[in-house]
Design a binder for this molecule. Structure first.
Ligand code: PLP
Length: 410
């Protein structure tokens, strides 16, 4: 596919995603669940397929030709992702996704350091993956958890956040983009505030990477976690970027092959980062696929993607605004293309099930964000999330289905 950056042919782009051509319950699929997992272009599927068909071998072990091809392709993928994030490849630990990445920061940085009297600050809008690891660390170290609140519109209250950065806070865990509200947090400003006070920052980039260009170096955080499957890559891929000093100084999280240099029963010197933190055989094919996803996104241009999604979001917002009895949760200015909503008299799961019968895939539930649901006083919401491969026609089909379902449930 050749894409003219100045005028992307979005219909041609969409045609690159085989799954989007299928039907569900006899209706054309309208996939509005990309915040859950993104669909994959043929280029990504082909890259993993090609690895298994032509190059499959383990990395960093075998001296034979296939072994070096596999290692080269795996390290090339790391390099692509590093360039995409504007960081050094040797500071990028490849993981199975954000959950592993945050746990890696929690167990290798926080667990050996925190003590009773220390505090970990998290925002109200975090995914469970950026709450529970910190609770586990707090339990084992005697540290406490503090919560930075949001406004009813779903905006992180920066004054309250700054006020919460008191002397005992050692670490701040904050999401770049909320998976429920779509709120884009000003992480650069937040990390600057934290850094001034010596607070280490962990940014969850899961929902940012699919939607916008992210310059991790410019953000100024200490750790940046991401997951590959939401940015057109395969499942079971992702990364943790960490400042060099954190990687150099830290003990490994998992022990095993690849992370050690010379094992003896007297002791084991560890490999240099990032391999120190990649014990065992990694998801080689998956990360090669993630490298292809990065190439794909870079060829499209993240600014083009962001502009396309904002245009789709404006249409979605406008049309949802016309549906009676519909309430949107999360109205932060400049939000990403993620819309949580409630419909009067309808339970989220019923709504999502009936929409599915119309071919429309939306997510319903708590979105792994119980504390946020509690803040809004709801057990669950429905969520429509867009990607650049969606169309105006799909949004219209979703709205028509919503109106039909609303009548059914009335
Ligand atoms: N953080 C956020 C904001 C998410 O949306 C998700 C996934 O939904 C995660 C973390 C967890 O990502 P993964 O399950 O890929 O590790």
């Amino acid at each position: 596919m050749s894409i003219d950056r100045a005028a992307v042919d979005w219909a041609a782009v969409r045609a690159e995603f085989p799954l989007l051509q299928r039907e569900v319950h006899g209706k054309p699929l309208v996939y509005l669940d990309s915040a859950n997992t993104g669909q994959k272009p043929a280029a990504v599927i082909d890259a993993t397929d090609d690895f298994y068909r032509r190059h499959n071998a383990n990395v960093s072990r075998a001296v034979h030709a296939l072994g070096s091809e596999a290692t080269e392709a795996y390290e090339a993928a790391r390099g692509k992702l590093a360039r995409h994030l504007n960081v050094r490849a040797d500071e990028l630990v490849l993981t199975s996704g954000t959950t592993f990445a945050i746990n890696l920061a929690a167990y290798s940085w926080a667990l050996p350091r925190l003590e009773p009297g220390d505090a970990i600050l998290v925002s109200r809008m975090e995914h469970h993956a950026n709450i529970v690891p910190w609770q586990l660390v707090a339990e084992r170290t005697g540290a406490t958890i503090k919560v930075a609140d949001i406004t009813p519109d779903g905006v992180l209250d920066l004054d309250a956040l700054e006020a919460a950065m008191t002397g005992e806070v050692r670490l701040l865990a904050v999401t770049h983009v909320s998976n429920v509200l779509g709120t884009v947090n000003p992480v650069r400003e937040i990390c600057r505030m934290a850094r001034k006070r010596g607070i280490v920052t962990v940014v969850d980039g899961s929902q940012a990477l699919p939607h916008m260009a992210v310059d991790v170096a410019a953000i100024g955080c200490d750790f940046y976690a991401l997951t590959g499957h939401k940015m057109c890559g395969p499942t079971g891929t992702g990364a943790l970027w960490a400042r060099r000093e954190h990687l150099q100084a830290r003990p490994p999280f998992l022990g095993g092959g690849e992370m050690s240099r010379q094992v003896s029963f007297g002791g084991t010197p560890f490999n240099a980062p990032p391999h120190r933190f990649e014990a065992g055989t990694p998801n080689i094919a998956g990360h090669i696929g993630l490298g292809a996803a990065v190439d794909y996104l870079d060829a499209l241009g993240m600014d083009n993607i962001a502009a396309r999604e904002q245009e789709l979001l404006a249409h979605l917002d406008e049309e949802m605004g016309k549906v009676e009895g519909l309430r949107v949760i999360g109205k932060a200015p400049g939000k990403a293309a993620v819309v949580s909503f409630l419909l009067d008299g309808a339970h989220g799961h019923d709504l999502a099930t009936l929409l599915d019968l119309e071919g429309v895939a939306v997510r319903s539930g708590h979105h792994c964000a119980h504390p946020l649901m509690a803040y809004y006083g709801v057990p669950a919401t429905c969520r429509a999330s867009l990607a650049f491969y969606n169309t105006h026609e799909e949004i219209d089909a979703f709205i028509a289905a919503l109106r039909k379902v609303r009548k059914l449930l009335a």
